[in-house]
Design a protein around this ligand. Sequence first.
Ligand SMILES: *Cc1c(COP(=O)(O)O)cnc(C)c1O
Length: 356
Amino acid sequence: MNPYWSKIAQEITPYQPGEQPVDMNYIKLNTNENPYPPSPAVLKALAVTADHKLRLYPEPSAVELRKVIAAYYQLVPDQVFLGNGSDEVLAFSFLAFFNPDDTIVFPDITYSFYPVYCSLFKAKHRLIELTEDFSLPHVDLLSGASQGFIIANPNAPTGRYLELERVEQLLKANQSRLIIIDEAYIDFGGESAVKLINQYANLLIIQTVSKARSLAGLRVGFALGQQGLIEGLTRIKNSFNSYTLDRLAIAGAIASFQDQDYFLTSRDRVIQTRERIVAALKKKGFQVIPSQANFIFISHQHHKAEQLFAQLKLQGILVRYFKQPRIENYLRVSIGTEQEMDTFLTVISALIKEGD
Ligand SMILES: *Cc1c(COP(=O)(O)O)cnc(C)c1O
């Protein structure tokens, strides 16, 4: 511990991102990246944008990109907020909408950044225990004192999707609380809650170009909500860093939203591969949680996940393992290309045969 650290730096347990190994060429199925390259239109926009204008600051609110995203979702630009990845948008949301000592509610199995933000911003949190199969229980989730609810939909790392009707019930029953829906994976089969924005002042949706749009390296995330919420986020951003999106990020993200055909094609390929792999794994005796995301959450009765994780890694395949109560016997496997997933299937099938 360094003597100059603040109390916060001393006490926080930071989020641990999945490995980005530099030592060898793994089949990377561990961080839910898209296995397909970004649209060629994006690469072209980046090349064109990398010119002498980089000496100039970007437009601070990235209004051109907000316009494009607003049009895409049939909203107005003042209902769109942009950030340097959706993780940053989530962090700003804590500062914009929650006070120290507020209680934020989220499921016990979910994106592990939520409790990190709670401790960074001194909020309390209360966990909702998901059912045995990682579904959201049918109870009055937010009874008792709480100021906000965060849910990833589809959830991570389970892949489970919560139907829009249930999202709306939550919004309706909790109009005094902010409901944040983290839709990082919504394009892989779920239905976005975006159509509920004009009806519910307590709805904030957070999305990203990192997953379905193959642009994790560009760092662009966004929030969608009524104008007052967006204004709150903008106040925080402008007290922190005026230029969270650089010129390249803005241009690349615009080009991505403008190339709808490419987006749909590569998204559909991931979905098709997912369905094929799920069927094949079930045949091999794996339990697979139903997924509407670009990853699957799997376990095998007779084979320890931690061991499979280590054996896969030795054979050049990286998946994600969380040594954590309730999910210590699961592996989260991102959907790669058809070929990568064939290799994964071959290797994991051999591993479970050896163990028998
Ligand atoms: C990947 C992910 C994010 C972060 O996305 P970025 O935009 O790359 O910061 C947010 N929420 C969930 C649930 C994710 O899995």
